[in-house]
Design a protein around this ligand. Structure first.
Ligand SMILES: Nc1ncnc2c1ncn2[C@@H]1O[C@H](COP(=O)(O)OP(=O)(O)OP(=O)(O)O)[C@@H](O)[C@H]1O
Length: 343
């Protein structure tokens, strides 16, 4: 059940946690951001022992021998493997910080972000993950509200603000007013979706398997840069022979491959506006929307949304940290009183 509780409840928290599909961030009161690492764990499949977490584990992805498994315990912004998520958090935070937490009773209360449409199972998983690492009380704050605060949007005002939290696998679109979500939706579109669309395109049209790090053609396609005479060349593995070879990419082709997910995003923005009272829509015509989340940095995304919706589009100063920064501002008491919805 969702109830509206005062910000005081969040001010009693000492830890702010944003566990995303791509990255995990932890802010400790008065200490600042202590973790900003990929949400990845590498385990030994025979012994179950933890081999690596975060950046080190992510580097192992796609390169592991049979006895090592790389696990991502968070998907679509929700914890899908509670035990792994707890082990990941414990390892990322580190022993010394955890000792300090215990001494200062810091883990008594923790605040954590959850997708605005999280179902009861997802909420329970978030709570269990945090209680498993020592929290006695867990406050859940929806990600769009936290990100809105983190971007410096006046979410507590009666005027509408629109925020897009562009994550790895989903984009949460929300209109906020008076500290609460008025209208919102989630689109299964994020930076990884765009990346997979490009990888799939190269596989289907060039019979090439692109290494996961090769994002250059994607960037070119989105920005519209690149002279057709100088079509970029990418390395990959031939689907049939398994050998490495290069192929020249036409940016227009790649642009066409990512057209569908991007069009879906503009359509979803229109549907959120459709569900808003007319007065709030009028506010947004001038203010436009704010892009937060790591995928807000996708080159050309802001321009495409401007063209697709006809609204002003702004990118947050530190889009990848908007949600954790917003949650941190709430627990540090830097936010003027508002009725943030906690669950
Ligand atoms: N500089 C950049 N340019 C383009 N894309 C980027 C950049 N930095 C991060 N990304 C993309 O942002 C995504 C991760 O964003 P973020 O860290 O906000 O996700 P998350 O909160 O972990 O995910 P989710 O909200 O889906 O749970 C990835 O798809 C990554 O490729």
């Amino acid at each position: 059940m969702t109830v509206s509780k005062p910000l005081d409840q969040l001010r009693r928290c000492s830890v702010a946690v944003d566990v995303g599909s791509a990255r995990t961030r932890v802010h400790i009161k008065e200490a600042g951001l202590v973790v900003d690492e990929p949400s990845v764990v590498a385990v030994n499949t025979y012994s179950g022992a933890l081999i690596a977490v975060g950046t080190t584990a992510e580097r192992m992805d796609g390169r592991t021998p049979g006895h090592i498994r790389v696990v991502r315990p968070v998907s679509n912004g929700t914890v899908i493997d509670i035990e792994m998520a707890q082990r990941m958090l414990r390892a990322l935070v580190g022993t010394s910080v955890r000792r300090a937490w215990r001494r200062r009773g810091a883990m008594q209360r923790a605040a954590v972000t959850i997708p605005h449409n999280a179902d009861p199972l997802a909420r329970t998983a978030a709570v269990e993950t945090l209680t498993g690492v020592g929290a006695k009380q867990v406050e859940l704050v929806d990600t769009p509200t936290a990100a809105g605060v983190g971007c410096g949007l006046p979410v507590e005002h009666p005027e509408a603000t629109m925020i897009l939290v562009c994550g790895a696998t989903t984009t949460q679109i929300a209109v906020l007013s008076l500290g609460a979500i008025v209208s919102a939706t989630t689109v299964p579109m994020g930076g990884d979706t765009i990346h997979h669309a490009v990888v799939q395109h190269l596989r289907n049209h060039h019979e090439l398997i692109l290494p996961s790090q090769a994002v250059r053609p994607l960037h070119l396609a989105l920005t519209g840069e690149g002279d057709p005479g100088e079509a970029p060349e990418v390395w990959g593995r031939d689907v049939a022979t398994g050998t490495a070879r290069t192929v020249r990419i036409d940016p227009d082709d790649v642009r066409a491959a990512i057209q569908a997910p991007l069009t879906g995003l503009s359509d979803a923005i229109r549907s959120v506006l459709h569900d808003c009272p007319p007065d709030l829509v009028a506010d947004l015509a001038d203010r436009g929307m704010m892009l937060a989340g790591g995928s807000a940095l996708l080159p050309g995304l802001d321009e495409r949304l401007r063209t697709g919706t006809g609204m002003p589009v702004h990118i947050a100063e530190q889009p990848s940290l908007s949600a954790v920064n917003g949650l941190a501002a709430m627990i540090e008491g830097q936010v003027t009183p508002l009725n943030v919805q906690v669950h």
